[in-house]
Design a protein around this ligand. Structure first.
Ligand code: A3D
Length: 320
């Protein structure tokens, strides 16, 4: 049986890490694409030279032309400009929208059957635009944010409680950004909801709110420390988990920016919701009950995403 083919559009910090993880996990043959000449080829060769040491068999190549991604099963998009210190995600909108137009055209022509995972920021607006530009079915185009945001929340909680990260589950809904909605009621330690842990005295409601806020600010915290770029290890690991669930039909339940067509009362937009990812892409969107506080936070987040989408439509009227 032929190996799967995984195309990485954008071979920067996240793209290189994606290639490394996809190789180590033997998910398939990997093509790195970038507009920078030589860079994707150099990273591919460097990673290929690590394969005898780590013992994985994956074809690794780099390209500067879209022909190279032909027939890919999975395409992961990180092309664009990352957020710099002091730059909001919204500042990135105009530049990265143009990039999505080129990438969408390339995918439409060369990889129309792929499962496409977008990581480029501002995430919820860029994945919406990429789906439009590529013309792929909405269940095959998804945004990575919720897995990362939930992972940050889980890590902070595990540290707080001094328990294994494996025993902490967390759900984060809404847009990727300052309005994301960490759901404390649906987040647990070994099945015990955080709201019960507050009652049991494991932490105070105030401390929980601090951790929620740190989660919301998780991206900015890393940007502030790195100074020359944004997070890349955890974002790459998160997207690989989504790709693996598709390629192996694992049907993992993962929070992702998915296309809503009436779910949660929203239409023609992408926002973070719990999904099931299997061989058909996004196979199901799980609609959970939100209480009035959660609904208010979710609606605020939706409004913020819609604001970005409206800005995209102004910049590129073809999207309206
Ligand atoms: P970086 O290391 O700069 O890589 C981006 C790559 O895109 C560079 O190598 C560029 O040469 C390349 N590129 C630029 N324009 C094009 C184009 N038109 N076609 C193809 N390639 C192009 O950035 P990064 O890897 O650190 O981050 C990539 C993106 O992910 C940025 O938009 C970040 O803001 C975003 N990001 C999102 C999250 C989420 O949770 C959603 C987290 C972290 C980063």
């Amino acid at each position: 049986m032929a190996r799967n083919k995984i195309a990485l559009i954008g071979s920067g910090q996240i793209g290189g890490t994606l290639a490394h993880l996809a190789g180590l996990k033997e998910l398939g043959d990997i093509v790195l694409f970038d507009i920078a000449e030589g860079m994707p080829q150099g990273k591919a060769l460097d990673l290929a030279e690590s394969s005898p040491v780590d013992g994985f068999d994956s074809g690794l190549s780099g390209t500067n032309t879209y022909e190279g991604i032909a027939g890919s099963d999975v395409v992961i998009v990180t092309a664009g400009v990352p957020r710099k210190p002091g730059m909001s995600r919204d500042d990135l909108l105009e530049i990265n929208l143009k990039v999505m137009e080129q990438v969408g055209a390339g995918i439409k022509k060369y990889a129309p059957d792929a499962f496409v995972i977008c990581i480029t920021n501002p995430l919820d607006a860029m994945v919406w635009a990429l789906q439009k530009f590529s013309g792929l079915p909405a269940n095959k185009v998804v945004g990575m944010a919720g897995v990362l945001d939930s992972a940050r929340f889980r890590y902070f909680l595990a540290e707080e409680f001094k328990v294994s990260v494996e025993d902490v589950t967390a759900f984060v809904l809404g847009g990727h950004g300052d309005t994301m909605v960490p759901l404390t009621r649906y987040s647990t330690v070994a099945g015990v909801p955080l709201t019960d842990l507050v009652k049991m005295g494991w932490l105070t409601a105030e401390r929980l709110e601090e951790i929620v806020q740190r989660t919301r600010d998780g991206g900015a915290e890393i940007v502030g420390l790195l100074k020359t770029g944004s997070a890349f290890y955890a974002p790459a690991a998160s997207a690989i988990q989504m790709a693996e669930s598709y390629l192996k039909d694992k049907k993992r339940v993962l929070p992702c920016a998915a296309y809503l067509d009436g779910q949660y009362g929203q239409k023609d937009m992408y926002v973070g919701v719990p999904t099931v990812i299997g061989e058909n892409g996004i196979e199901r969107i799980i609609e959970i009950d939100l209480n009035s506080d959660e609904k208010a936070m979710f609606d605020k987040s939706v409004a913020s995403v819609n604001g970005l989408v409206d800005a995209c439509k102004k910049i590129q009227p073809a999207l309206a």
